[in-house]
Design a binder for this molecule. Structure first.
Ligand SMILES: [Zn+2]
Length: 421
């Protein structure tokens, strides 16, 4: 018999991608579906996935074990949010209203608003305040079914404030049920005090910050934002090249508002992912597929910024790029942390099928964060990160547009509660 300390039974449908490598093309939507299922874990690791009938014959619960009745609900892997900026202070609701009245994101950035508004607020916040804000947002994401999340810095933009932001993320993550993957985004934009001498900030990033961040293990990845109001492709190449020399993985905010050639740059750098991609060229996407980099769709940000294009979901699938869906949670272009809503938008706006979007929000996202062998699918040996939805099948996840009710969230084999049924 298999011994377990946690089980979920009474599952109408269990749906999961399988494997430890990212899926693309016609494999993207290939899920393993088990009707009338059960799943069991011990010490946070999955020990059984199968039919409830097999479960009854092979699994025994040890004393004190927890058994969750899914009440004919649907079980999916916990969501992996592979792109967030959640460790910020201050919201930007007034800029949002300005944009509704006709100002563009670029105009607001050009006059020192946008990212720099959040930089000012984040610099003013203490490390303890940032820890509290970060922890509260991790709690909120967990309630929405996110069990692994990437968190970027990039609102400090001085040596001291970038390190403060990354330390706050590290402290907030300690002991939290959500696994946090930290990314250094000192190359988010050129801070106002260095605009007259941009090279100086790139020097600080490559010579001072990157060695310290890598040396203190404050980040696993480095990211750069290539845009007319942020870094040029050459500046990003310098920063991310240095990041690789210091042993960090790299990712890139690429071609969000224009075709800057950043998608091809991500491929050239062997990036773990290129993110946004609304205006990526066909050649850029082909290069990305050849490099094996993931393409991260941020469909709620596409909608929220009201750019005149759709999230390029189908283009990525057709190019053979492993697709990831993430929130881009940040105060400027996506003040929204719900993965179920991001999945719905990836389907309706980006043209993914529900099964493709589930893989993109779980297994592929885990692979993009270097966690493919640990989480992202429901298989024996992987971490017991899962959600129980109070709906009879997986299609409701996208169909109910962010409202598919979460009955339970299990992170690292512990039921952490969730919303209401
Ligand atoms: Zn972003």
């Amino acid at each position: 018999m298999i011994e377990a300390d946690l089980a979920v039974t009474g599952i109408a449908e269990l749906a999961t991608p399988t494997g430890t490598t990212p899926r693309s093309g016609s494999d993207l939507g290939r899920l393993h579906i088990v009707p009338d299922a059960a799943i069991a874990a011990r010490s946070g690791v999955i020990v059984f996935v199968g039919t409830e009938r097999d479960y009854r014959q092979t699994v025994t619960l040890i004393p004190g074990a927890q058994c969750i009745d899914a009440q004919r609900g649907t079980v999916l892997p916990g969501f992996v949010d592979a792109h967030t900026h959640l460790a910020f202070a201050g919201w930007r609701e007034r800029e949002f209203d300005e944009r509704l009245r006709g100002a563009t994101y670029s105009e607001i950035a050009a006059r020192g608003g946008g990212i720099l508004t959040t930089v000012t607020a984040t610099r003013a916040a203490s490390e303890e305040q940032l820890v509290e804000l970060t922890r509260a947002r991790l709690d909120a994401m967990l309630r929405l079914g996110t069990t692994t999340v990437e968190v970027k810095s990039g609102y400090g933009l001085t040596v001291e404030d970038e390190l403060k932001q990354l330390r706050a993320v590290e402290t907030a993550a300690k002991g939290h049920p959500v696994e946090v993957v930290p990314t250094f985004l000192g190359a988010h934009t050129i801070p106002a005090e260095h605009r007259a001498d941009r090279r100086r900030w790139i020097d600080i990033l490559t010579r001072d910050l990157l060695p310290t961040v890598a040396g203190q293990r404050l980040a696993e990845y480095a990211d750069a934002f290539v845009d007319a109001h942020a870094l040029t492709p050459d500046e990003a190449r310098r920063v991310l090249g240095a990041a690789r020399e210091h042993g960090l993985g790299v990712r890139l905010h690429a071609d969000q508002l224009h075709d800057d050639g950043a998608t091809a740059l991500a491929a050239e750098l062997g990036a773990a992912s290129a993110d946004h991609l609304e205006f990526a060229s066909d050649a850029g996407l082909e290069a990305l597929a050849r490099a094996g980099s993931c393409g991260v769709l941020l469909p709620v940000a596409t909608f929220f910024t009201r750019v005149a294009t759709a999230p390029p979901g189908r283009r990525l699938v057709q190019a053979g790029v492993p697709v990831v869906v993430a929130t881009d949670f940040n105060p400027g272009t996506c003040p929204m942390e719900s993965m179920p809503l991001a999945v719905a938008f990836a389907c309706v706006g980006g043209g993914l099928s529900v099964d493709e979007a589930i893989t993109a929000a779980t297994l592929n996202a885990a692979c993009a964060l270097g966690r493919g062998s640990r989480t992202g699918s429901l298989e024996v040996g992987k971490r017991a990160d899962l959600v129980v939805l109070a709906v009879p099948n997986r299609y409701h996840l996208a169909y109910r547009m962010g409202l598919a009710p979460l009955a339970h969230v299990v992170a690292r084999g512990q039921s952490v509660g969730a919303g209401s049924r």
